[in-house]
Design a protein around this ligand. Structure first.
Ligand code: MTE
Ligand code: MO
Length: 204
């Protein structure tokens, strides 16, 4: 029989305990971090493109809104060390996007590069975007996603540092080889797991 350590039962963790990755602090604000000016693409000219192996699928805003959406509550972790708990979003799961793309002949490839209005990009293995781990978010806290936070649509990959969650995302490019994005080329970690504190290239 496995002994139960004295005092274990009935003890409750502090609120938020175990939710803070190493080196992070909790904030209740929602800081804005943008490497350039905020683009304001009108919904009428907005589209989302999924590309792989020379094929692409493209959705207008209305078509994108017709894809399945999901509500998400998640913690987020910025490499500048703030974490925010329990953020609420709504968006299209990447799983649903891939399913809709497959109908149009776009087949998965192992690496993804997200491309945004304004030239930002970030790379994520496709395996980190599937199985309910990532979304194209279009709403935050019950309203349309504000432009400064990436509206009309941003990638949301909350289990990686928040720089992977590309704001103003317009294309997901699936590739046979990894292709580093904006911060990854400038010395940030290629993968960016906050629990392993993978901030910079060279971090284990
Ligand atoms: N297009 C774009 N996406 C981006 C960025 C950016 O500069 N441009 N900054 C990244 C970084 S470093 C972080 S921490 C988050 C910040 O998102 P927020 O401004 O909504 O907090 O967006 C990420 N996505
Ligand atoms: Mo960040």
């Amino acid at each position: 029989m496995t002994p139960i350590s004295r005092g274990f039962r009935g003890r409750h963790p502090e609120p938020g305990a175990g939710k803070l990755p190493p080196g992070q602090y909790e904030t209740h604000d929602f800081p804005v971090l943008s490497a350039g000016p905020t683009p304001h693409t009108p919904l009428a000219s907005w589209s989302f493109t999924l590309t792989a192996g020379g094929k692409s699928a493209r959705w207008s805003w209305a078509e994108f809104e017709a894809l399945p959406h999901e509500a998400i509550t998640t913690d987020i972790h910025c490499v500048t060390k703030w974490s925010k708990f329990g953020t609420k979003w709504s968006g299209v799961p990447i799983d649903a996007l891939l399913a809709a793309g497959a109908v149009q002949g776009v087949q998965p490839a192992p690496f993804a590069l997200a491309l945004s209005d304004g030239g930002y990009s970030t790379n994520v293995p496709l395996a980190d975007l599937t199985n309910g781990q990532a979304w194209i978010a279009v709403a935050y806290d019950g309203g349309p996603l504000p432009a400064e936070h990436g509206g009309p649509a941003r990638l949301l990959v909350p289990h990686l540092y928040f720089w992977k969650s590309a704001k103003w995302v317009r294309e997901l490019r699936l590739l046979p080889r990894d292709d580093p994005g904006f911060w990854e080329r400038l010395g940030y970690h290629n993968y960016g797991d906050p629990w392993r504190e993978q901030r910079y290239a060279g971090d284990p």
